[in-house]
Design a protein around this ligand. Structure first.
Ligand SMILES: [Cu+2]
Length: 453
């Protein structure tokens, strides 16, 4: 295992064609860097070939490479990994695997070593390549048996945002977390160039609270909705300098679509796994639906400073496992029920009759290896989110390529919603009272009554 310091050192060495270590050059198979770090690693800037703005992977990293003659060589190792406490399968110490970055026109040679207990392959999703390099086990190549290494060689025909994943016992291997992103930069350095370029892949897991292994045969009912195998508040924020042109590339290898929403800005879809969208076809959007097995990248100008929510708009995808089977009791008078339950469980506490916001603040004892339904704190209180949620933090004066969390946004005076002085509110109204049939249509809030039905 290479330490973070050692890994960064080796990244610099491997990325520079003129600085390949003698040992690496002599080896037929390049070294396979590995990391267990789960925070955003610094981007790897090109030292040879066309210039480009490298991507940064939320809670992830870019796979270092070496040049070998005309060929850019990478080495992926398919292997069991532990993310937080979950037992997953992934690549080079992580699930998902590292992001692969290269340039249009590059010839890439990708070594794939299998350290899983069963065979595997890798399919290069969205790429234009020879049929025999497409990675479909049984169809275009033999499956890679445990302990074996295969090589994929192809030329990168077009730039854009692509993915990689197994095409071998696919349901199991993708449910276990085997996937990654593959970004191909344009050969022309100024083409669609941005100042900050973020990438992540969405995966979903079904891991019962207190257990450690995803249920691989689950078809629809997942309880962990993740970006790069992380849930809020564990997902890295996206730090951005005010005025930066920003791109976010999002891959979806879950089994449902994700409408991803950003606050405070208009974006437009600029790229899919099919390629770049012509500028004449861009349209403004604030929520971008990412279909299953697809990539959507959006571009935006970060012209509005603040801490902006950035999340999946399916509300169940912005909460965590412990809320998965909670019953709805809004409006239910629990008094009598609580008396009976407390005879059996003295510390029982009724919850949910007024909504579930209190769950964002509470610390309850939970099974090992689970997460509260909604969590995370901002400068004004609990944020009450989970799952696919993070923040884009737009600040004046950040250094170029500074990706450190800049902390809470300092709002200019007079720009925060505020409480009205002496706002004595009427008692809270329970929705149960409204829906009681005998109350009938007269049970409307004062001031909301309207006639003429
Ligand atoms: Cu979603």
């Amino acid at each position: 295992m290479i330490s973070r310091r050692g890994f960064l050192g080796s990244a610099a060495v491997l990325a520079g064609a003129s600085a390949i270590s003698g040992r690496a050059q002599a080896a037929a198979i390049p070294e396979a860097p590995t990391t267990t770090a789960t925070t955003m690693q610094p981007p790897i800037f090109p030292t040879t070939g066309p210039d480009y703005q490298p991507v940064v992977t939320l809670n992830g990293w870019t796979l270092p490479w070496r040049m070998n003659g005309d060929w850019k060589e990478f080495h992926l190792i398919a292997e069991p990994v532990v993310r937080e406490k979950a037992h997953l399968w992934g690549y080079n110490g992580q699930a998902p695997g590292p992001t692969i970055e290269a340039v249009e026109g590059d010839k890439v040679r990708i070594f794939v070593t299998n350290r899983l207990p069963e065979h595997t392959t890798i399919h290069w999703h969205g790429m234009i390549l020879p049929n025999g390099m497409d990675g479909v086990g049984g169809l275009t190549q033999p499956h890679i048996k445990p302990g074996k290494t295969f090589v994929y060689e192809f030329e990168l025909k077009k730039s854009g945002t692509f993915m990689y994943h197994p095409h071998s016992d696919e349901m199991v291997q993708m449910a276990m977390g085997m996937m990654g992103m593959f970004v191909i930069h344009p050969r022309e350095p100024q083409f669609r160039r941005v100042d900050r370029d973020f990438v992540f892949v969405m995966s979903a897991y079904d891991i019962d609270p207190g257990t450690y292994l995803p249920k691989v045969a689950e078809m629809t009912d997942f309880n962990m909705w993740t970006w790069n195998s992380r849930v809020f508040p564990g997902i890295d924020p996206l730090p951005v300098r005010l005025g930066d042109r920003v791109r976010v590339r999002m891959g979806n290898l879950t089994m449902t679509n994700h409408p991803i929403h950003i606050h405070g800005h208009h974006t437009h879809v600029s790229c899919t796994d099919g390629g770049w969208i012509p500028e004449s076809a861009h349209w403004p959007e604030t929520t971008i639906d990412v279909p299953v097995g697809a990539v959507r990248a959006f571009d935006m100008l970060a012209d509005n400073p603040g801490d902006w929510a950035f999340h999946c708009h399916k509300t169940h995808h912005a909460m965590n496992a412990m809320g998965h089977n909670v019953k709805t009791v809004i409006g239910v008078q629990q008094r009598d029920l609580v008396k009976s339950i407390r005879k059996l469980v003295p510390e029982y506490m009724p919850m949910g009759a007024d909504g579930m916001a209190m769950m964002g603040e509470m610390e309850m004892p939970m099974p090992d290896n689970s997460l509260p339904m909604m969590t995370g704190f901002g400068q004004f209180g609990p944020i009450e989110m989970g799952g696919m949620f993070t923040l884009m933090k737009i600040r004046e004066g950040l250094a170029a390529n500074d990706y450190k969390d800049p902390g809470h946004y300092k709002h200019p005076q007079g720009t925060v919603a505020y409480e009205v002085a002496n706002s004595a509110a009427p008692a809270p109204q329970r929705s149960g009272a409204v829906s009681q049939p005998k109350a009938g249509p007269k049970a409307v809030r004062p001031g909301n009554a309207h006639k003429g039905h």
